[in-house]
Design a protein around this ligand. Sequence first.
Ligand SMILES: C[S@@+](CC[C@H](N)C(=O)[O-])C[C@H]1O[C@@H](n2cnc3c(N)ncnc32)[C@H](O)[C@@H]1O
Length: 241
Amino acid sequence: MANFGTDASVIDPYDKKGHKNHYIKWLRDQVLLKLTGQSGGSVNILDFGCGSGNISKLLAARGHQVIGIDISLKLLNLAAAAGRSGNPGFACYDGSNLPILPDSIDIVTTYVVLGHITDNDVLQVMMSELYRSLKPGGFILAIEQTRKSSKLTDNGYKRQRRLTEYQALFSNAGFASLDSFSIRSGHMPLLYMVQLGLLPESVFPLLAKIEQHYCMLSKQLGDYIDTVFLFGKSGASGTEQ
Ligand SMILES: C[S@@+](CC[C@H](N)C(=O)[O-])C[C@H]1O[C@@H](n2cnc3c(N)ncnc32)[C@H](O)[C@@H]1O
């Protein structure tokens, strides 16, 4: 996938013109910037499954100390190619031992990564590792594709889980639920106009509002939804330590 470039490799490789990926990235970044910016100051962020480094770079540019971790060395090479300033830093993950000290991270961000871990038992262990890396008072911001019934997609490489399935996995790992909401559905009809380049970035805020309403219908129709999960590690605020 790394051969497709920084966006298509981690979103939709078939979006030849890049307009759809630009929109999806815009939506994702709005949520990430809002929810990671609430502490007001600079915090330690672990971007789990950072891929080509889009999110890591966005958050480092906002003054946060970011470490991006991914299982794919080729995607990490793409991430590191643009600069070696040390922030964000990037590290390769072997899939089982998270190279992060316990209680050291304020916020874990992860965008459409957990679905790539298709086995619930393996994911459960990984979530416990992420929990361990967080400071008490820290939180995880995960965006994942969810749907009415759990389904393997992408030739078996990805699992779209039920919302309640994710919630159970997070709480079994020790997390407390703070919030969850939908931001995008897989196939809102206006997305095809975006893909063709017919809707400029100036209308994205309006599209984001329409998406929220469309998600409800989409759930009924059985399409997948991009769901934001916010789960915390209880204790004193990590950012104050
Ligand atoms: C859809 S991409 C998202 C990349 C990035 N989060 C972004 O938004 O640009 C999914 C990423 O998950 C990574 N991934 C898949 N399985 C993983 C695992 N077990 N541990 C860490 N990363 C993994 C892939 O290498 C890929 O970079």
